[in-house]
Design a protein around this ligand. Structure first.
Ligand code: TRP
Length: 322
């Protein structure tokens, strides 16, 4: 079946992120001491698919826990959000989590998934268009950690949806800045945000060290992607996935560790890795309910309701932006 031709309005809007930005960011990160690769580069098409597989591992509880909260409380969210709302999702991923919300909302005006992976987003948007033919679905290819200001010309109530505890991938000060920007963007509406909770370090550790090694492949995809897109020659087998929970900072720290002294060429430039040298790839901060509410309040939101699963693994917060 051939998909219908897309109108200009239906085509994903490109705000940023092209091959040059990617190579520049990669070189900049690897010139730093310690070396790092910005975590948004996990999510090319291959990385997005690997992340979906992480979500299916028995150890990675956040996705299924959050999804069951979203399903269980969808009617309450819909009451708080009200009719005729426009929903913007930050980091739309597979588009799975929005369904309970779209099904429960009264006459939603538009759904705008924002994601850095254009190809991936296109597929997700096409699927949702078939399921919700009456809804305006307007994908936006963008890095939501950057400037997101867009005019809010109408009286439409604009709602943000930010699941997956992706907010935890910002450092707390960056998270505050993101929340400050989104409180402005969503003025008159609010933000529904999923936040992973502080808990037993063993449970946290396992979630980022699944036995099947999917998380390791996901992390190493950063190197494979550099080989594909930045002319790099990383030997992925000579780097190890290393992730652990730091209880003092309340965050998972994720690294790729060089298993030998080695040289790697990236975009024609040489990089030396010492034996045991780490590339930092991700933080995943965990919050208590109280700490997250305080953070949101300091960014200009009015924290309203919060929902947790009985095991208190995960939280979903409704923050109003008056
Ligand atoms: N937002 C997810 C999280 O912090 C991303 C993630 C899950 C991730 N597993 C990972 C990032 C492993 C890097 C490595 O839970």
């Amino acid at each position: 079946m051939t998909p219908p031709a897309q109108s200009a309005a239906a085509r994903p809007r490109e705000i940023s992120s092209d091959a040059e930005d990617y190579s520049d960011a990669l070189l900049t990160g690897l010139r730093k001491q310690p070396k790092c690769i910005p975590c948004k580069y996990f999510y090319d098409a291959e990385g997005s698919h690997l992340f979906e597989r992480i979500c299916e591992t028995p150890e990675y509880y956040p996705t299924r826990t959050e999804l069951s909260l979203l399903r269980r409380h969808a009617a309450e969210f819909a009451d708080l959000i009200g009719p005729d709302a426009e929903i913007m999702e930050f980091g739309a991923g597979a588009g799975e989590k929005i369904r309970p919300l779209l099904d429960a909302l009264e006459r939603p005006r538009a759904y705008r998934p924002i994601d850095i992976s254009g190809a991936y987003l296109k597929g997700v948007a096409a699927r949702l268009r078939r399921e919700y033919p009456a809804l305006a679905i307007e994908p936006i290819v963008a890095d939501f950690s950057g400037d997101l200001s867009m005019p809010n010309p109408s009286s439409v109530r604009r709602i943000g949806f930010f699941p997956g505890s992706t907010i935890g991938n910002f450092e707390p000060e960056e998270a505050r800045q993101f929340l400050t920007r989104s409180a402005k963007l969503l003025k008159g509406g609010g933000l529904l945000v999923g936040v992973d909770l502080v808990k037993d370090p063993g449970v946290l550790h396992a979630a980022y060290n699944d036995r099947a090694g999917v998380t390791a492949s996901f992390n190493k995809n950063l190197l494979a992607r550099a080989n594909r897109e930045a002319g790099a020659d990383f030997d992925c087998d000579r780097f190890a996935h290393y992730a652990f929970y730091n209880p003092m900072q309340r965050r998972i720290e994720v690294y790729l560790v060089s298993m030998a002294a080695q040289r790697v060429t990236i975009c024609g430039r040489q990089f030396a890795f010492a034996d045991g040298e780490a590339i930092h790839t991700e933080w995943s901060y965990k919050y208590t309910v109280e700490d997250f509410r305080a953070l949101a309040a300091s960014a200009g939101f009015v924290p309203h309701a919060v929902w947790c699963d009985p095991g208190r693994l995960f939280s979903v917060h409704w923050l109003e932006s008056p």
